[in-house]
Design a protein around this ligand. Structure first.
Ligand SMILES: [Zn+2]
Length: 280
């Protein structure tokens, strides 16, 4: 099992992180995404620690935090990526849910990060809540220049999905698919081609129906999520696709390894790549 999107450096998890990591022993990997220059140092500390799974760090500025950045933020991002040759760029993107950062500012910050990812040859982890169509437009000129990009927590329309797949996107689904009202996410989870499908928890957010709380503080009234709950996401996506959950776990893990180019992420125990799997 590979959790394609989480935020284990999130301060809300700090008090329970040891337990969260221990309970995630069944996972082989977690892509852990930064959200602003303020959490990159905590992410670097986590990436330098000893963990029972492969941790792929991603450094980036989330659209919620794209306002009021320090002047030197692009240089800081490039430095963090240089220190972590196996790191991706993320969580970056566009957000149509909150209006705290104007769309033009979000796009400027996203474009700068896509340019950097293209120049450095890094995969990208993208957020596009209620902005998937616009995200496809911004991504179009970059699609051939990025080794891979992953649409995280996808919940867009079938047309947005079609456009993003046509650009070469991989699509990751979170615990929202477990909610019956999440019709778009559930339809998309059934429709994404096998070789583009990933799963994630977005811990500590998006606590899934029936999940095990991480403990600690509550996030906006919902329990804190943890990577151990990935099995629930896998089971639900497997139901939607009418396939065995175990096969889906293997498939999505293989897809995540390819997306994140794990051959370039050395030194993690229990994590070996098969022949040819490092090709992205
Ligand atoms: Zn996230």
């Amino acid at each position: 099992m590979f959790d394609a999107h989480a935020h284990l450096q999130d301060a809300r998890l700090a008090a329970v992180l040891d337990d969260v990591v221990r309970r995630a022993e069944a996972l082989s990997g977690v892509c852990c995404c930064g959200t602003s220059p303020e959490d990159w140092a905590a992410l670097e500390r986590l990436a330098g620690g000893v963990l029972p799974f492969a941790l792929v760090p991603a450094f980036g500025v989330h659209p919620w935090w794209a306002g009021g950045l320090p002047a030197e933020w692009v240089g800081q991002l490039e430095d963090a990526l240089a220190r972590h040759p196996g790191a991706a760029v993320g969580e970056v993107g566009l957000d149509g849910v909150r209006d705290t950062v104007p769309a033009a500012a979000q796009e400027a910050v996203l474009t700068a990060q896509l340019e950097l990812a293209a120049r450095l040859g890094r995969p990208v982890v993208l957020h596009g809540a209620r902005a998937w169509e616009r995200l496809a437009e911004v991504l179009a000129p970059f699609s051939g220049r990025l080794p891979a990009f992953v649409l995280h927590g996808f919940g867009g329309s079938s047309e947005a999905l079609r456009r993003l797949l046509a650009l070469g996107g991989r699509v990751s689904f979170a615990g929202t698919v477990c909610a019956p009202r999440a019709a778009r996410a559930r339809a998309a989870a059934a429709a994404v081609p096998e070789d583009r499908l990933l799963v994630e928890t977005d811990s500590p957010d998006l606590f899934p129906v029936g999940g095990l709380p991480a403990g600690g503080a509550l996030a906006a009234g919902a329990p804190l999520n943890q990577p151990a709950n990935l099995s629930l996401v896998l089971e639900e996506v497997a139901r939607l696709r009418a396939c065995p959950a175990e096969a889906l776990a293997d498939l999505t893990e293989r897809n995540a390894r390819q997306a994140f180019g794990l051959a370039a992420c050395p030194g993690r125990v229990g994590f070996t790549l098969g022949d040819g799997e490092e090709a992205v």
